[in-house]
Design a protein around this ligand. Structure first.
Ligand SMILES: *Cc1c(COP(=O)(O)O)cnc(C)c1O
Length: 419
């Protein structure tokens, strides 16, 4: 067999939507983007949704919107994709990297300890689609002794009057807390529509606003749409409809708008998301859990508990008492049998760039532990039952072979953190 890791879901409806966009002769930001924004808004029960050309640019945009600048601090977890911290650096601010819990999510205890008078925002990452404990994070940013540290330096910061809570929801479209969209639990949730994500526009992202009443959401939506278009007060679509050639540039915006030709892909997919694509992902995750249940090395990923439900973006298999070296051996073996797998994520302090900034993995023992024993398995609607059975069988075979091979060393190597 030859099983891909995360191919995009392209059916006839996706092709038709893209072709209709081409035939419409309007391929950049226009009606398809608006339609996709409306679908995301509905799916996440958000007050507003703004499409952009990536999660990364959306995060830079929102940090700039909040007035984050040099000297400010933004708290982010070590266990994430680099973009979560890079967006902070792009604004000249400092990412304050903290450790995660056993469920991959940012540790609230570590967040509480990391807050200083310079802290302007927290970016919590819903790893694999598993929503963070937003109740705890929301409580922390509203604690009187924390609130009194907050130093508002921009209009938006004065309007909010506290630390901004951003969800890195790159993985978690469709995740819920108490049966409601998880995105509702943060001030700003940013989704990624990169090619490997649950819904894709090839490259893209969407910013969902759920701001407190001090903000006029419609006004913020219009302002942010301009922000994605160089601060221009009239987009090309409006100009093309004979709405007049005159325009103005009101402020120093970015150029991070999503084109309609991309939105078309996501638009066709999202219409099938809740009724078909997401339920199939869940079925696959449950099938993996059932397949591995009897193995004493199996650690089930967090999927459905404590009133939270994942969006089943990544199946993060973890293996008990495993060293990083053994994990790599298992991957090598599984890949050689035709199953593409991955690791989510290499903690930021293990990457050359972050090391050069002075971050050390020894400060993040839980992130290292999760990383060292994690293998992400294929999970997407096109997988067949035969392929799933093959993946389960192959993984069990490889784990047992590798674990049996160096069983006594496994215990000693576990919890070893490289400097
Ligand atoms: C994919 C991903 C991003 C970046 O998304 P882009 O759309 O590629 O910018 C950010 N955070 C996490 C956790 C991701 O997995």
């Amino acid at each position: 067999m030859n099983i891909a890791f995360a191919p995009p879901y392209i059916d006839q409806s996706v092709i038709d939507e893209v072709v209709s966009t081409l035939n419409s002769k309007w391929i950049t930001t226009g009606p398809k983007v608006i339609a996709l924004e409306n679908e995301v808004k509905k799916l996440t029960s958000s007050d507003a949704a703004i499409c952009v050309n990536s999660w990364t640019s959306g995060a830079i945009l929102m940090l700039k919107w909040f007035g984050i600048k040099a000297g400010d601090e933004v708290i982010v977890p070590a266990y994430t994709y680099c973009a979560t911290a890079l967006c902070v650096l792009h604004c000249g601010a400092t990412p304050v990297i903290v450790d995660v819990n056993d469920d991959f999510c940012i540790s609230s205890k570590a967040v509480l300890k990391a807050i200083t008078p310079k802290t302007k925002a927290i970016i919590a990452v819903d790893i694999a689609g598993w929503p963070c404990d937003y109740e705890k994070l929301n409580n922390i940013i509203r604690m009187p002794e924390i609130n009194s540290l907050f130093n508002a330096e921009s209009n938006k910061q004065r309007a909010l009057g506290r630390i901004l809570l951003i969800a890195d929801a790159a993985h978690s479209l469709g995740a819920t807390i108490n049966g409601l969209a998880a995105a509702k639990q943060s001030d700003i949730a940013i989704f990624s529509f990169h090619a490997v994500k649950n819904i894709t526009t090839a490259e893209g992202g969407c910013i969902c606003l759920n701001l407190p009443p001090a903000f006029d959401t419609y006004e913020e939506y219009q302002y942010l749409k301009m922000y994605t278009l160089n601060g221009q007060n009239k987009d090309a679509f409006a100009k093309s409809r004979g709405a007049g050639w005159k325009y103005d540039v009101l402020f120093q915006g970015l150029k991070v708008n999503m084109p309609d030709i991309c939105a078309a892909i996501g638009l066709a997919q999202i219409k099938k998301y809740e009724c078909a694509l997401l339920p199939v992902r869940k079925l696959i995750a449950l099938k993996y859990c059932k397949g591995f249940k009897k193995m004493n090395w199996f650690m089930a990923p967090p999927l459905l508990k404590d009133n939270r439900e994942s969006s089943y973006h990544i199946f993060a298999l973890r293996i008990k008492n495993l060293s990083e070296f053994q994990r790599d051996q298992i991957i090598e073996d599984v890949v050689s049998k035709g199953v593409a797998v991955n690791v989510h994520f290499i903690p930021l302090p293990m990457l050359t760039f972050f090391k050069s900034l002075g971050y050390k993995i020894s400060d993040y023992p839980s992130s290292y532990l999760q990383f060292s024993r994690e293998i992400s398995l294929p999970i997407y609607p096109q997988l067949t039952n035969a392929e799933l059975d093959f993946i389960i069988e192959t993984v069990i075979g490889s784990v047992n072979a590798v674990m049996g091979y160096v069983k006594s060393e496994a215990i000693a190597l576990d919890y070893k953190v490289e400097a």
